[in-house]
Design a protein around this ligand. Structure first.
Ligand SMILES: *Cc1c(COP(=O)(O)O)cnc(C)c1O
Length: 355
């Protein structure tokens, strides 16, 4: 596989679109860099990958992914400093998780080092597209779709793996109002909650829309069986601080194992803080909030890194959290992670791939 990568076929754009980009106004996920990578799977093997200009796909309406959703994705970021050095943060974690998602969805896997080499090759080619401005980055979207021209339910025998990238601005990090969801379910034991599989997100839109109409930007999902345990926020994992203790639901087959959450836990432990990764009841969070012991709560994910939670709604009651300026842990971990991802602090945990 890695030898095939060496002869990765590259067709460059004739005319770059980079001059037409409004760098002061980069909405998330709507501006696309010049190139994309494509690799097709057929007859039980991956074909040679190509990098080519970003353009539309041509697919028959019978393409199986369009009907039954056999699709998975990843999300990660590249950062660039003023010296034109590019940094990827723990890309091998995304490679590993992509394959875990693939197995769950009956899709073919890609060797982890090959996956990372592809990202590197594509990002390197479009490295001028990575904004260097504070808080800005390049979002990277690897994904795979089932491409059999067949309207029948079975695992496809052909697939398309692709990667494209988007320069992105500073993510919206206004503190969010969240609602603890106790009626709808994101993932049940035995389901696909731990996979980054398209259908999970389609199924979460309706409950999220209801919460938004009620004035909450995000949901905090609870377990499918009893709606008693905190799970995650649907595109972010959640972390709480009660007194001096950092708490986060441990990963399970109903929770996406986020790289950001995992990194926050490792950093907190390194800083000598007490961290508990375990099942967390809604009740203990609400009791802590009532007693003013819930000093911090935030979502953790690649898009925002840390998204502070301002208000938690449970059973119709809003619980307000301390002002964001007064939250030592999340502020400190956010600035540490930002420095880390831009290569401006020592790579203590060996998390950076630089090129
Ligand atoms: C991607 C994702 C996360 C966050 O994972 P990161 O690796 O930190 O970006 C959390 N929950 C869900 C459901 C996700 O899809």
């Amino acid at each position: 596989m890695s030898t095939e990568l060496m002869d990765l076929n590259i067709t460059k754009v004739e005319q770059s679109k980079i001059e037409s980009v409004d760098w002061e106004n980069l909405p998330f996920g709507r501006v696309f860099s010049d190139h994309m990578l494509i690799m097709d799977y057929e007859n039980g093997a991956w074909n040679k990958p190509t990098i080519q200009p970003f353009e539309n796909l041509s697919l028959t309406p019978a393409t199986s992914v369009l009907h039954y959703g056999q699709t998975i994705f990843e999300g990660m970021k590249a950062y660039r400093n003023k010296e034109d050095e590019v940094f990827l943060f723990r890309p091998e974690q995304n490679a590993k998780r992509f394959n875990q998602s693939a197995v769950r969805m009956c899709m073919p896997t890609i060797p982890e080092d090959t996956f990372v080499d592809f990202i590197k090759a594509l990002v390197d080619l479009d490295r001028q597209w990575i904004p260097t401005k504070e808080g800005y980055s390049m979002y990277i979207r690897p994904f795979m779709i089932a491409t059999d021209p067949y309207v029948g339910i079975r695992p496809s025998s052909t697939y398309k793996f692709m990667i494209f990238t988007c320069p992105v601005g500073s993510y919206y990090t206004e503190p969010v109002r969240v609602k603890i969801e106790t009626e709808f379910t994101r993932a049940a034991h035995g389901g696909t909650g731990a996979a980054k599989a398209g259908g999970n997100y389609a199924a979460s839109l309706y409950p999220a829309k209801i919460a938004q109409e009620q004035g909450y930007q995000q949901l905090i999902w609870t377990d499918a069986k009893e709606h008693k345990y905190i799970e995650e926020a649907g595109t972010m994992n959640v972390v709480f601080q009660i007194g001096n203790k950092i708490l986060t639901p441990r990963s399970s087959d109903t929770i996406l194992d986020g790289v950001t959450r995992k990194s926050v836990v490792e950093i907190a432990k390194d800083w000598g803080l007490e961290v508990e990764e375990r099942k967390i009841t809604v009740e203990e969070i609400i009791i802590a909030a009532k007693n003013n012991e819930l000093v911090d709560a935030f979502g953790a994910g690649t898009a925002a890194t840390i998204a502070p939670i301002k208000t938690i709604n449970f059973e119709g009651v809003d619980y307000e959290l301390p002002a964001v300026e007064n939250r030592d842990f999340s502020n400190k971990v956010l600035s540490y992670l930002n420095d880390y991802k831009h290569g401006s602090t020592e790579d203590k945990f060996n998390w950076i791939l630089k090129f």
